[in-house]
Structures are given as structure tokens and as C-alpha cells.
Ligand binder design. Structure first.
Ligand SMILES: [Zn+2]
Length: 318
């Protein structure tokens, strides 16, 4: 199952305990994943849709528990959906009106008495804000698998709902953006911290753990990569210097001969030639008697200077 599928499964397993939160979750589902239609002659229809039967069963549970309403459960299968099935929970006429009243979306002053704006009281308590987001996530949310990066989206049906969702998220400490994609207004955010907070807000405990694991792994991998890169750079520098030293020593060997050098320099030259990969302190330990890093550096420089002098004497300046 996908990461989002796992979260959905976890969220639909538990129904909110308090009545306030049940209403908040149902409001999120209807506003972001449903629609209300005025059929004329005082007839209404309120529908919540999802491609997942479990989500619609969850909405049904909430409606029964919080408003004592039972909607019609329908599965729609059309070729328009690419042979996918869409599930719907529909409330008709008086049931639709009762639902809207229970969710405080019935407003005598609004067009057709239906308000698209949730009651501000819904967002006063943290528990209800979280439940609203949870309901919305179930009908229109998506979170990328943590191994593939950090991004979460809520595809709202219109700009008003998208902006509303952005405000609620911001009150939960998540700063989101809104972008338009075809007919949808997508609320999204893409950083590890925000996605992690979002999963906590949703109450998706298992997903939070998966996410933290993935983030820790990535952190470790980055640190290791940084360290390796740094070591490789240092090693490259050591090798380049060693190659230059060896070139100089070979030049002296071919021109003046190493046996013409003073014994400490000659020993140094031989040790360097035979140990390409050793660093300065390692070279120092191989000498008899051993000497320190700066002593080695000094002797190698003298060898290079001798080679340089020999080259210029022969008119081969490099
Ligand atoms: Zn609540």
C-alpha cells in the first residue's frame, strides 16, 4: 500500500471521541471532498465523495454519531473515471438540511441558505482544528513517501476552501502555499519539518515514525557523504603533492643520481619513491632515525629545489 494509503487506513480506524471533533471532521470532508446542490423547490442534496470506500464509511459513521443521520451509500463506476470506482455518501432534502444545520453551514443570509464558510467556532479548539484537517486529508490529501522527499498536498475544490485550509494549517504551525492545478486549488508544503508536524496533527502515529526513520537515515547519509567527500579531497591533495615530489626525485635520479645526494636526502628520496600513498608523518616514521612531519616536509622541499636547480642548469625550466 502507498504511504498515503497507510495513513488513510490508520486515520479511518479511529473515530474521534468528542462530539465537537466529529462535527469538525465531517465539515472538513464535506467542504473539501463534497458538494451541496440546490435542486429547486426547497430540495437539497449534500454528497461526500471519495475513491476509497473506507473513507465514505468513515463519513457515514461520523454522520450517524454526530447528527444521527444516515446517508445513501453509492458506488459509481464509469469509464470517465478510467474504470475507477467512486464512492459517495448522499443526504437528500430534509436530511441534507439537517446535516448542514448540524455542521453550522446553514445560513439564512447566504445564497440558497448554504454557507461555504465553516463556523469560526470550529477552529477555536486545537482538537477540532486537527479533526477538520484530518477529515479534509481523507477526502483530498496526499503525502509523498518519505524516501522520495517531503511533500504534502490537499487538493481543494476552489480557491476559497484552499485559502481557508491554508489558514487552519498555519494555526497548527504549518506554513503552506496554494497553487492552481487544472480545476483544483492545491494547498501544499514541502519541507521535512512541516510534513512531520502535519502527520502529528493528523494523528498518524505510524506514519510519523516511518517519516522520522527516513529523516534520520537521510541525515546519517548526508553526514557520511560530507565526510567521505572531505576525506577524498584531502587524499587528492596528498596524492597530487606526492606525485610532484616523486617526479622531482626521479628527475634527480636520472640526472645527478641519488647516490650523489647527502645521506639524509637520499634516504628521504628512496622512502618517498617506495611509498607513494604515505603522508608526511608516515614517511617520517619510516626514516632512520625517525623525524617529524615538518622535518619530512623540509627534506622533500630541498629535494624539489635541487631538481628545480638542476632543470634550470640544463635549461629545462618547467
Ligand atoms: Zn474538538
Amino acid at each position: 500500500m502507498s504511504f498515503t494509503g497507510d495513513i488513510r487506513l490508520e486515520l479511518t480506524e479511529k473515530t474521534p471521541d468528542s462530539p465537537c471533533c466529529r462535527l469538525a471532521a465531517l465539515t472538513g470532508m464535506l467542504l473539501l471532498g463534497g458538494h451541496v446542490t440546490f435542486m429547486g423547490m426547497g430540495r437539497y442534496q449534500a454528497t461526500i465523495s471519495s475513491e476509497h470506500a473506507s473513507v465514505i464509511r468513515y463519513a457515514d459513521r461520523l454522520a450517524r454519531l454526530s447528527a444521527n443521520l444516515a446517508g445513501e451509500f453509492i458506488a459509481v463506476r464509469t469509464s470517465q473515471l478510467g474504470e475507477r470506482t467512486k464512492y459517495q455518501l448522499t443526504f437528500r432534502n430534509q436530511d441534507a438540511v439537517s446535516l448542514l444545520m448540524a455542521l453550522s453551514l446553514w445560513d439564512e443570509n447566504a445564497p440558497f441558505c448554504v454557507s461555504g464558510k465553516p463556523d469560526p467556532g470550529l477552529f477555536r479548539r486545537t482538537c477540532c482544528r486537527q479533526s477538520f484537517i484530518r477529515g479534509a486529508f481523507l477526502v483530498c490529501g496526499w503525502v509523498s513517501p518519505p524516501q522520495e522527499g517531503y511533500r504534502a498536498e490537499l487538493a481543494a475544490p476552489d480557491e476559497k476552501q484552499a485559502e481557508q485550509m491554508k489558514r487552519v494549517l498555519s494555526r497548527c504551525g504549518i506554513s503552506a502555499r496554494v497553487t492552481q492545478r487544472k480545476t483544483q486549488h492545491v494547498v501544499y508544503f514541502q519541507d521535512g519539518e512541516a510534513v512531520s508536524t502535519f502527520l502529528k496533527v493528523l494523528g498518524a502515529t505510524r506514519a510519523v515514525l516511518d517519516m522520522e526513520d527516513a529523516r534520520a537515515m537521510r541525515e546519517v547519509r548526508n553526514t557520511v557523504n560530507r565526510k567521505v567527500n572531505c576525506e577524498v579531497r584531502n587524499m587528492d591533495a596528498t596524492i597530487t603533492a606526492a606525485q610532484r615530489q616523486v617526479e622531482d626525485i626521479r628527475y634527480l635520479q636520472e640526472t645527478v643520481g641519488l647516490d650523489k645526494l647527502a645521506p639524509p636526502l637520499r634516504q628521504m628520496a628512496e622512502v618517498r619513491l617506495n611509498n607513494m600513498e604515505a603522508n608526511l608523518s608516515e614517511l617520517g616514521e619510516m626514516l632512520d632515525p625517525p623525524i617529524g612531519k615538518s622535518g619530512v616536509n623540509n627534506r622533500l622541499r630541498r629535494l624539489s629545489a635541487l631538481a628545480q636547480r638542476e632543470r634550470s642548469r640544463r635549461g629545462e625550466i618547467s
